[in-house]
Design a protein around this ligand. Structure first.
Ligand code: ZN
Length: 163
């Protein structure tokens, strides 16, 4: 069992994420969340703050966009006909999608709005440009399993969850 958070530690934690105005953007539920430290499972600014912390620690962290979900780029919002997406896929606002550009690059987009025959999307992450205010409580630390290290993410709270 690791004493402090370093690479290859699975960290089980509660978090409450607010924006600059104090509105809740996201939070863990009844059950805490696991992530694999050093594997970019969480935004870089929070991962940095986590390094060296112990089970039982609580802290607040303010993460600027550059160390969060990135700055917001102008011109990210685009509109395409519904036919541009597979017909059998249900599309809802807030959903992320992987798209291939004409140059063959894979990019992630986020659905903003779905009208009758048009889909509006944004190439910016919904939290791009936001300064992130985290309240964190570290619940438990454990060593990652070999399989988790290979995959680069935790397999549930105890490392045995299937996916
Ligand atoms: Zn896996």
């Amino acid at each position: 069992m690791p004493d402090v958070i370093s690479d290859e530690t699975v960290v089980i934690f509660h978090y409450h994420l607010k924006n600059e105005a104090g509105d809740t953007l996201d939070k863990s539920g009844d059950s805490p969340m696991p992530y694999l430290h050093g594997a970019q499972n969480i935004v870089p600014g929070l991962e940095k703050e986590m390094t060296g912390k112990k089970a039982g620690d609580s802290f607040s962290a303010v993460v600027p966009p550059e160390e969060g979900y990135g700055p917001r780029h102008e011109g990210g919002i685009q509109q395409v006909p519904r036919e541009a997406f597979p017909a059998d896929v249900e599309i809802e606002p807030g959903m992320p999608f992987m798209l291939q550009t004409e140059q063959g690059q894979m990019v992630t987009i986020w659905i903003v709005d779905v009208a009758d025959d048009q889909i509006k999307f944004d190439t910016n992450h919904p939290l791009a440009g936001e300064t992130l205010h985290f309240d964190v409580e570290i619940v438990e630390l454990r060593d990652a399993t070999d399989e988790e290290l290979e995959h680069g993410h935790p397999h549930g709270l105890d490392g045995t969850a299937a996916h």
